[in-house]
Design a protein. Structure first.
Lengths: 221, 221
DNA sequence: CTGTCATTCAATAATTCGATTGAATGATTT
DNA sequence: AAATCATTCAATCGAATTATTGAATGACAG
């Protein structure tokens, strides 16, 4: 049957892509790679996994065309193939949020104050920043901040934020953001800020989505 | 670590969705369900697989929230959860087409006359149909045609088309469509029509995408 | 050239997934 | 109620995936 063979072969390829996304830790790797180019052992450190394990997962992602690898001296740096990978991830997330009761349960259980944490849209933030009305804080670790951040944002890693009050104007609203839609850091940051009396909200999604939306990004040299 | 557990749990859910797409035959099931609501053994017949096997795959898809099941008398009818499933599928396809060399190889090998088969866009077809300039044929099996088709299209299943020339005006261009972007039937149909001297082209994608684009669909009662 | 470091490869064991078979369930018909 | 049909469940076996370990490779520093 020459009529069904090519389709079969194509569908096997599509399945390779989907299968590569079918592992929680590979999804987390993608989230980290969305922040910028990263080496294997940096990723291993961030995820708290053995290097060999991370290396294997990265190769699965590479075979699926989701990431590219490039040697630079001793290190091998991985990066996302392009923005379509992020939108694929977003599609998966969207279907899961819509149709899996378990997702709803987790969100309600851990993010129960979520209604009070309605995010600020990117457009709204861009406007209000132009008018100088808000303080924007990036709660990701310093190395991720360095790879790119919202222009004018100040870097207050979540760990620091929870230790001592940040040195920011208490009369201006604070907008916090982190890695992406379900990165818990911005949720925790808003909770910590509010407990200290700040008026705080989250930015929708994280830096990768801000960047993908074509908004300006500041990079530290 | 209360900070990483909810994310982990969410990512496991996202992985369930991705994993469900990670099998060629489940992708094919989705393609068929995109045509409309279908029973288990109808799908089993169409794919040429054992019923129990198809039932299991469908349950995997159900657990991932991609399809819904509904009992109707003796039959259990499955349908796609909603249009976001189709766009998820499209995202997977897009990444695979962009980044997997093997996809390119398959396409070149089997669809080598593809350049000569540049598809007609949905908008173009809608316009030209309004002006009555083209003949539109739906080369899917009759049962799929019955569940919904482009208004005014005539049903000439591929098998029939290859047996004997269709009874259509040889002076008008013929536009053929089938199940979706990589459904080979419309490719074969165009090849067959051209061999018989017709001027023929493919519609981009298939009926599900036409429908998802909000264009009108005719249903047989 | 040797040592060190980052990464990958290779081998193993544990787990999960997939296809197949036959029995069990649920609904309809006689 | 018994028979029939569509579907699911349960159990099996073989195949594929995963985590882990240790050895091999490639690049750089001394």
């Amino acid at each position: 049957m020459s009529i069904r063979k090519p389709k079969q072969a194509l569908y096997e390829q599509f399945a390779i892509v989907a299968k590569a996304l079918g592992h929680p830790q590979r999804l987390e790797l993608i989230e980290h790679l969305a922040q910028g180019t990263r080496s294997v052992d940096l990723l291993a450190t961030k995820l708290g996994l053995p290097i060999a394990n991370v290396s294997q997962h990265l190769q699965t992602l590479r075979r699926a065309g989701l990431v590219h690898a490039e040697r630079e001296g001793k290190f091998v740096n991985y990066r996302l193939a392009d923005n379509t990978v992020l939108s694929l991830f977003a599609s998966v997330r969207s279907v899961a949020e819509r149709h899996l009761a378990e997702v709803d349960r987790i969100v309600r259980g851990y993010f129960d104050a979520r209604d009070a944490m309605e995010p600020v849209t990117r457009e709204e933030l861009a406007t209000r920043m132009r008018d100088g009305l808000v303080t924007v804080i990036d709660v990701r670790p310093a190395d991720e901040f360095a790879l790119g951040h919202v222009p004018g944002a100040i870097n207050v890693p979540l760990a620091c934020l929870q230790e001592r009050p940040p040195e920011i104007d208490p009369d201006r609203e604070v907008i916090a953001y982190c890695r992406g839609p379900w990165c818990v850091m911005s949720f925790e940051a808003v909770a910590a800020l509010r407990k200290r009396g700040f008026q705080a909200r989250r930015l929708e999604d994280g830096l990768p989505e801000w960047k993908a939306a074509g908004l300006p990004v500041e990079v530290m040299l």
